[in-house]
Design a protein around this ligand. Structure first.
Ligand SMILES: [Zn+2]
Length: 73
């Protein structure tokens, strides 16, 4: 089990288990918060620092655009 460790104001230290419910990132397109399943990201070949996850809306838009304009650029 991975967890994150953080010092609050240089004082108390907290550690939080990473689960499939408490990891988030910002959608690189619209900036909304997206829940991330790390297991999913890692198993599909992504990495923790180089992977961006689009929100459902943007992912859907990109899918449509891709289908409409032929192959991905
Ligand atoms: Zn988005």
């Amino acid at each position: 089990m991975f967890y994150v460790k953080e010092r609050i104001n240089g004082g108390a230290e907290i550690s939080i288990d990473i689960t499939d419910e408490n990891v988030f990132c910002r959608c690189p397109r619209c900036g909304s918060e997206v829940a991330v399943d790390l297991e999913d990201v890692l198993s599909s070949g992504g990495d923790l620092y180089g992977t961006s996850v689009f929100c459902d809306k943007c992912a859907e838009k990109m899918m449509r655009k891709r289908h409409g304009n032929g192959p991905k650029a």
